[in-house]
Design a protein. Sequence first.
Length: 405
Amino acid sequence: MKRKESITAVLFLCALAAGFVMLASSFFGGEGHLESAVRAVIKNPGSLKSFLVSAEGAANQDLDRTHLFIQLYGGAQRITGRRMVVDMADPDYTVARLNDGSLAFQNLTTAPSDQTAHARAIADLRDYAEEELGAPLLYIQAPQKIETDQLPDGMENYGNQDADQLLDALSDLDVDTLDLRPALQDAARDPETPALYFNTDHHWTPEGAFLGYQALSAELKEKYGYAADPQFLETASYEVTTYDDWFLGSQGKRVGTLYGGVDSINLWKPRFATDFTYSSPAFFDDRTGPFETSLLFPERLEPKDYFGGNPYTLYSGGDYPLARMYNNLNPDGPRILLIRDSFSCALAPFLALQCGELMTMDMRYFTDDLASYLDWLNPDLVLVMYSASATRLDEMYPFTDYFKQ
C-alpha cells in the first residue's frame, strides 16, 4: 500500500513539474492564452478585473493543450491498480475498469429504476401509431456493454435489470418487443467472434451492430413480411477496412490512453451496388452516393485525434433530432421510423439497406410537435430502439406528453 502511495506521489510531482514547464513554455513563447491575457492587462490596466476572472481558464487551456494531466492521472490510477476513477463533476461519468480490461461508465445509482411510466409512454406511442397512422410499433431492446460478472467487486450496475423490467411492463401492455441481448451474448461465447463492444467507449462496434441488424432483420421478415436481400445479411458481402489504434472512446477520454489503451475501428463497405441520399438539413448538406460516402462519414476518421475526434460517428454522422435515409435503389421499400439513441448510429446504415426510406428521431434533441411530424412522415412501421443503459433516462420517453394533452 505504501509503495502505491509513493508511486502516486511521484507521478503527481512529475505532473506538477510538467505542467509548470508547459505553462512557462506557452507564456514565454508568446503562444499561450495566459500570456495573451497578461499582455492585455499591461496595455489596459483597467482590464485587471476581467483578467482575474479569466486567468484560471486561460492557464487551464495552456496546461491541457495536449491533455497531459488526464494522461498522467490515468496512468497513475492504472499503476496503482484502481478499478474505478470517480468523476467528481458528474458521477454519471465515473469510469470503471472491467474484469476484461475494458472501460465502462459506472452509474452510481443504488437500485433499479421503476419502468412503469416508461412502458406506458411507449404504449401511448403505439396507440397513436396504430390508430392514427395504421402503423405497427416494435420496441427493440439493444444491449449495453456492462455485464454484471465483469464489474469490480462491490460495484453494481442495474442497466440490464432496468431493461428486463421495461420488457416485462411492455408485455403486460401488449406492446411487441424484440430483445437483441441474447443474440450478442450467444455470439460472444464463440472465441472467433470479433469484439462486439469498444474497449474505451460505451457503444457496440460495427460488428456488434451488424449482429443486432441480423437479428432485427429476421424479426422484420417474420412479423411484418419485410424481407431483406440475403446478401445484405452476409459478412462476406462487405469489404472491411481497419483503422488500427484510431479511436479513444467516451470513457477513454475521461482517463486517457495510459489507463485503458485505445481502440481500432472498422469501416464496412458493401461489395454490392448501393445508392442513398441522406438528409438532415439543419446539420449537414444532403449526401448522395454509395453507402460508404452517404450514410458513412469517412471524413470523421481524419485526422487521427484521440481527444478531439469521435470516429464512432463514422456511422450515420452522429445523433440528430431528425434525419432521413432515402434508398434510391429501392424507392418502393418500406418506410420505417426508428426512434433511437446513439447505439443506432452503427445499426441504422445497415437497416437502411432493406428500406425505401429510414427516418430516425432522437428524442433527446427533438423539440417539435411529435404528433404533427408523425402525421407528416406517415411511416409504415415505427421502431423504438434503446440500449439497456438508456432505459432509466426519462428524457427518452416524452411520448405521453404529446399524446395525452
